[in-house]
Write a protein that binds this ligand. Sequence first.
Ligand code: HEM
Length: 505
Amino acid sequence: MYNVILVIILILVAVIVLPPQLTFIYWYWKGVDTVSPLSFLGYLAKLIFKKEPLFINLQHFYHTMKKNGKKFGGYHLLIRPVFVPTDLDLIKKMLISDFDHFTDHIGYVNAKDDPISLNIFNAKGANWHRIRSTLSSLFTSAKRKVIFDTAIKCGEDLKQLVNKYVERNESLDVKEVNERFTTDIFVSYGFGIESIALQSGTSECRKLVADFAASIRFMLIIFFPELFSLFRMTSYGKKVTNFFINLVEATAKYRKENSIIREDFIHRLLQNSSDHTITNSGVKEMKNRGDKGFSLNEMAGQCFFFYGAGYETSAATISFTLIELALNQGIQNKVREEIKIILEKHDGKITYEAVKEMEYLNNCLYESMRKYPPVHTNTRLCTKSYNIPNSNVVIKKGTYVFVPIYAIHRDPEHFPNPDTFDPDRFSKGRNNNREPPAFMPFGDGPRKCIGYKFGILQAKVALIVLLKHFRFFPHPDVDVPLKFGSTALLNTLNPLKINVEKLDE
Ligand code: HEM
């Protein structure tokens, strides 16, 4: 019996107490400031018992480093050392001018056991470049107009749905409603499928991806990809994998058999696939393009990732903006007034040009992404050893890098009174003074979010439709300030409820 207790104690010591000591020593020898192993243990206790999200701990770490006058620090994830830059010039260098040292995201690729891991986010080096350059044409201004038309159509369904809540005298779960909206847009623009998430509340696509995103698996893949390699696990689960493979296969077959040409996301993939091509008369099989084109698994991987990356981030942005507008009625009135005046100039229609003119709406959206960046932590992998400028520190190839977006966005040095929602921070005169940019909700450099204009566009359409027809009020159940959970994307612990009232037309 005593032996068993002794073994348990030794295992606990090995798992809990030792890792922080090892990373502490690692950073100490490198001459990089870190925090004491005790703080890391304290953090572990908070993570487990108080459920403090990782990005909040990273925020404490960021301020500790800055208080000590450091431009970077050595953080850790259990036994893994993580380099955290805190200085904006250094971050800019790492993401932009010295990008060739940090070309990859942290991510796991296993073509054999995990087909949809072959997606753009996980892709490395030259392979990433091939995928990125093939798919960037999906977001040209001509394509954005198609996305805009789709968003307008879905905006009508969004209005109908919110109307139903008003008629039933029910409060809205804004995140849920907005995720249905962004799902319908992507599924329609991306896959050419009439999605009815807004009308019916169900979408297999959203359910599968949402279940995955909320799972512990999602965090594990990002932070410990080796575990998946070692045990040859499918990071995304069989259901998600099969869903996206079937989606691509069935769409290609249907379009081939019915000579359908529809210039959407799947079209672009098929156009560049290893065994298909598209002519004026439709999709054709083609046997000899070989490795240059996308395989079926790669196409499924892109569908999965683009949908996953786009629907939740954009819905979160719309939702956090609405919550702040509900809490700040003066700002809500001001943005609604702007929408009214500009739409009147455009015959009451929500046109692409009208949306571009709405400066204050833009500022509200930016301020919401500043205060609540949906991607709270950006990651990079050091792909070529890097000598930190003006120092003797060299970070080794293979080191993880975390860019603490949330901490930077809430840093009073860059954004005075950071907890105040103040859209005027982004008004032209004031915004121009901030160099280098501290605002980076979409990351930066060659690997910056490929869909950011799409994300902004759909968020603006949703906000215009909603603010034109409804007024929003805070719901008593919503925590103010908001409380966040330990999820890979910024998410509140409790549902984001909001009260709504219909405006006279
Ligand atoms: C408000 C909405 C959005 C936010 C805040 C957001 C944020 C981000 C961030 C922070 C990154 C990492 C960038 C970096 O590493 O520097 C990223 C990457 C990415 N995002 Fe977005 N995103 C949004 C919307 C979208 C949409 C609508 C799509 C597609 C339809 C999309 C597709 C992607 C893809 C494919 C990547 C990986 C790019 C690569 O590795 O080359 N995102 N996003």
